[in-house]
Design a protein around this ligand. Structure first.
Ligand code: BES
Ligand code: MN
Ligand code: ZN
Length: 486
């Protein structure tokens, strides 16, 4: 069935009437329905994402959806898009004038919301429970380059969000480190990226003791995945270089410091940081990124076995720094440390950003709707906070409080991997030792990695939080400007 969706704006004055957007008068007339009267009868408010369904008979039944667009902000348009996408699942198509009343950034948000609200993943033998609408017609747009550019951007950002969510949703009986590396190889060619993958033998030869240690009890050995993006030559040769590092734990059982069953339930998606890095890399060309970007994913399964790391073991990271593994469940920092040390030693980055579902403490601190940001650089922190707000992936800055540094001390190694509370902060302090003093930001997305319900553009389950904010940032990054200024 074909659907029509029209925007509803809240009343301008207290007690006034909601306002219907473009196309409403024509539709009311053609369909013989007083749409405004329906809204009043339903006590519609026009708040973002509110949906009023009006079935009409015009030869055959058609569905008219009246969609609240709230205060006309990006957030409201994103939510309106997501609500519309949910309301038109299993329909053949929807035509809407909503996009035509949105300025460029809000237009982009609407399209992204529509894409992500449609997200579905299933392996049901009898087919999907519901199918995303295959066709969305954006009516009333002019043919301006702005709209075309914004649409291209929206498809890149929405697509990256979809991809990271999809990777995080795949179950761990399929998604092992080698599989993740294959995904990187597969997405690299069409996105114009170079890929390099280290297998367990190469990791051992080159001293990646963190990745190897965490991955050693698994039947599926670890990988380090490197994906590289070079902007086109017209931007010059001495470009800034951003390195993104993602935690790619394809399943986190906790290792010998094993998790209780409930804590393990969502751990197939402990590679969300890695998925975010891959999805971001694949979309860099589409957002016209003008800086060099290298993505690293430290992929390992944190399993239990006779060969597993024991509490108290000491491992040596890439470059020689050592960690006492007092809790094998604090594995994310061990694999990230190797990748970060490698980046600093070999890749000459100007900026480092790591993304990881790192600590349960982040959930306690920020709840489930806000990601944690740690940064040693004011300019970088500010940019990421702004991009997070604009993209609908909000971050809150946490302190790299030096007073807790003493908690990391170990009698037998450079650091203890399980320094304890405040857990998100001590984890960030642990990582800071692997930044070589470069401008660095750490996104602890454990808080936002999983949604407990369908909510705005999130669907229940893995959220894939991060690529929209990173692409917003990298798409606008100046090729030669200092990225950080401390
Ligand atoms: N992957 C977990 C963190 C996590 C918890 C992500 C809940 C998403 C939801 C991480 O590897 C972990 O287990 N961290 C421990 C660290 C502790 C042992 C120092 C934690 O947060 O409990
Ligand atoms: Mn863990
Ligand atoms: Zn983990």
């Amino acid at each position: 069935m074909e659907c029509l969706a029209l925007p509803v704006l809240p009343a301008e004055t207290d007690g006034g009437s909601v306002v219907l957007g473009p196309g409403a008068d024509e539709a009311s007339e053609a369909l013989g329905v007083d749409l405004l009267g329906v809204l009043e009868g339903m006590a519609a408010t026009g708040r973002a994402g509110e949906i009023t369904r009006v079935p009409v008979l015009v030869g055959e039944w058609r569905l008219v959806l009246l969609v609240g667009v709230g205060d006309l902000s990006s957030t409201s348009f994103r939510r309106a898009g997501a609500a519309l996408a949910r309301a038109v699942k299993d329909r053949a198509s929807v035509a809407t004038s909503i996009a035509s009343i949105a300025p460029p950034a809000e237009f982009r948000a609407f399209v992204i919301g529509t894409m992500l609200g449609s997200f579905e993943f299933h392996w049901r033998s009898e087919g999907a429970k519901a199918r995303p609408v295959p066709r969305v017609v954006l009516a009333g747009l002019d043919e301006s380059p702005t709209h075309r550019d914004e649409l291209r951007l929206a498809l890149a950002l929405g697509g990256a969000g979809w991809r990271s969510r999809l990777l995080a949703t795949v179950p761990s009986n399929l998604k092992n480190p080698a599989w993740l590396a294959d995904q990187a190889v597969e997405m690299a060619a069409p996105a114009g990226l170079a890929v390099r993958v280290w297998d367990e033998k190469e990791l051992a030869e080159q001293g990646f003791g963190g990745i190897l240690g965490v991955g050693r009890a698994s039947a599926t050995p670890p990988r380090l995945i490197q994906v590289s993006y070079e902007p086109s030559a017209e931007h010059g040769s001495d470009l800034r270089h951003v390195v993104l590092v993602g935690k790619g734990i394809t399943f986190d059982s906790g290792g010998l410091s094993i998790k209780p069953a409930q804590g393990m339930a969502t751990m197939k998606r402990d590679m969300t940081g890695g998925a975010v890095v891959l999805a971001t890399m694949a979309a860099l060309a589409d957002v016209g990124c003008r800086v060099r970007v290298t993505g690293l994913v430290a992929a390992a399964e944190n399993a239990v076995g006779g060969d597993a790391l024991r509490p108290g073991d000491v491992i040596t990271h890439f470059g020689g720094r050592t960690s006492e593994v007092n809790n094998t469940d604090a594995e994310g920092r061990l694999v990230l440390a190797d990748a970060m040390a490698y980046a600093v030693a070999e890749l000459e980055p100007d900026v480092l950003v790591d993304v990881a579902t790192l600590t349960g403490a982040m959930k306690v601190a920020l709840g489930l709707q806000t990601g944690g940001l740690f940064a040693n650089d004011e300019v970088l922190a500010q940019r990421l906070l702004e991009c997070g707000d604009a993209a609908g992936e909000p971050l809150w800055r946490m302190p790299l409080a030096a007073d807790y540094e003493e908690k990391l001390e170990s009698k037998v190694a450079d650091a203890d991997n399980a320094a304890g509370g405040p857990g998100a902060i001590t984890a960030a302090l642990f990582l800071q030792h692997f930044t070589g003093g470069l401008p660095w930001a750490h996104l602890d997305i454990a808080s936002v990695g999983d949604s407990t319900s369908d909510r705005h553009e999130w669907t229940e389950g893995p959220t894939g939080f991060g690529p929209r904010l990173l692409l917003d940032w990298l798409g606008q990054a100046e090729p030669l400007a200092a990225v950080g200024a401390r």
